[in-house]
Design a protein around this ligand. Structure first.
Ligand code: PMT
Length: 404
């Protein structure tokens, strides 16, 4: 998966000869999977035409703060909220000064004030301007407000001078951004096993019992755990999803397959997360041949027996018991039922999931959950499963390994 996949990047381009390199920067960001919207200052438009960025980014270019038609399409506050990160490259001395002064005198500076996303700058200016005490003081002020500066580089400049102030090359800016966004390695050195997707119980050679789990939630958690530095084993029921980067996948079908794989993984893991939707009952007998619709075979064709509870088995271990997190898929009295499962299955934490909500639960890209442990509960805002997974991993790691 590309490193900036699904990242929404607002690229601010301000006035300077380095603006021509920002056209390449758009491409390099897209190579990493980012969705890029470009905002240009009036100065930038003296160097490069908006059409260049529109063609490269595939999105309209934003230029004016008080343009009624642009505001009707995506208003400036909406744009500020849309961004996961604002990257200004090149950031001129003037933009740095206006940001340090807290000004909102054009679209770009207004967006920087209105956003809650992180802001990164790649400064580009003449070496004397960069060394000027005013610019240095502005850089210091911006850093103290958690604005990150990437560069500048030093070397020969377009004006003929030699010294610090050159904008970093586009690839170096992308690397700096990736480093900035890289999650903290909160699970470094930890082994994590995760169950995901449905199980399937064969009735006969052509039919089975199962459910609507797509595996998206469990796979997102596996990806987030790997990004946080864990060694991850993903025990996956039958799903059509790609294995996340740096994750070892064990494919299973039935509940007993999943239990065997979980027992093996749990022998050597610090954290066990059960996101799978395990089929609770299986046929007492799996027919060798396809079950026929014969006369008299009208009802009670199936006799079911209860499947073992995988997460409760792992949580019930006396030896080599990892920290155990379950999920609870509920359609009513969600919190109450989840708390009962937390206690009954002897879990350390449970993620309560209202699967009757229109947005979220089975097969959706979104989810809305409440995290419950023995000291309290917290409802998280509805979010993409990929974003929620990172938040869940942060909370689980904090609880399991830092004693909070
Ligand atoms: O896969 P998606 O389409 O992305 O959907 C995500 C999800 C809705 C499947 C997921 O977020 C979720 O809620 N998973 C748990 C589903 C479930 O089976 O919940 P449950 O309340 O029936 O089970 C409680 C816990 O016990 C779960 O951790 C489950 O994995 C575990 N369990 C249940 C039965 C069983 N025999 N063995 C188990 O380990």
């Amino acid at each position: 998966m590309p490193t900036l996949a699904d990242k929404r990047i607002l690229l601010g381009v301000s006035g300077g000869i380095a603006a021509y390199k920002s056209a390449d920067l758009v491409r390099r960001l897209q190579d990493q999977g980012a969705d890029v919207h470009v905002v240009m200052t009036a100065g930038a438009r003296e160097f490069v035409r908006p059409l260049t960025f529109q063609a490269l980014s595939g999105n309209p270019v934003h230029t004016d703060l008080l343009d009624p038609s642009a505001e009707a399409a995506m208003g400036h506050i909406e744009l500020a909220k849309w961004a996961d990160v604002i990257l200004i490259a090149p950031a001129s001395a003037s933009v740095m000064a206006r940001l340090a002064g807290g000004m909102a005198d054009d679209l770009l500076t207004t967006l920087c004030l209105a956003t809650e996303a992180p802001v990164l700058l790649a400064p580009a200016m003449n070496q004397a301007m960069w060394r000027n005490k005013a610019t240095q003081a502005n850089a210091q002020t911006l850093r103290s407000r958690d604005i990150t500066l990437l560069g500048p580089d030093a070397g020969s400049q377009a004006c003929g001078d030699v010294g610090p102030g050159r904008m970093l090359e586009p690839l170096a800016i992308v690397d700096g951004l990736i480093d900035f966004l890289r999650p903290a390695q909160i699970l470094a050195g930890k082994k994590v096993a995760i169950t995901a997707g449905p199980t399937r119980e064969a009735l006969d050679p052509v039919r089975y019992l199962s459910n609507h789990s797509s595996g998206k939630m469990g796979f997102a958690i596996a990806a987030a755990a790997a990004r946080a530095g864990a060694e991850v084993t993903l025990i996956a029921g039958p799903v059509r999803l790609e294995t996340p980067a740096d994750v070892t996948r064990v494919d299973v079908v039935s509940t007993s397959d999943m239990l065997a794989a979980a027992e093996q993984a749990a022998d050597d893991c610090d954290l066990f997360i059960a996101a799978a939707a395990v089929v609770d009952f299986r046929p007492a007998v799996v027919a060798d041949q396809k079950i026929k619709k014969e006369d008299g075979n009208d009802r009670d064709v199936l006799s079911l027996v209860k499947n073992p509870d995988i997460v409760a088995t792992i949580a019930g271990r006396r030896d080599r018991r990892p920290f155990v997190v379950g999920f609870a898929a509920e359609t009513e009295n969600v919190i109450e039922h989840a708390k009962l499962k937390l206690a009954r299955k002897n879990l350390d934490m449970i993620v309560a999931n209202d699967v009757s909500a229109p947005e979220g639960g089975f097969n959706s890209d979104h989810n809305q959950v409440t995290v419950i442990d023995h000291s309290g509960e917290q409802t998280l805002p509805a979010a993409l499963k990929t974003e929620l997974a990172a938040e869940l991993i942060a909370r689980i790691a904090n609880k399991a390994f830092s004693g909070n």
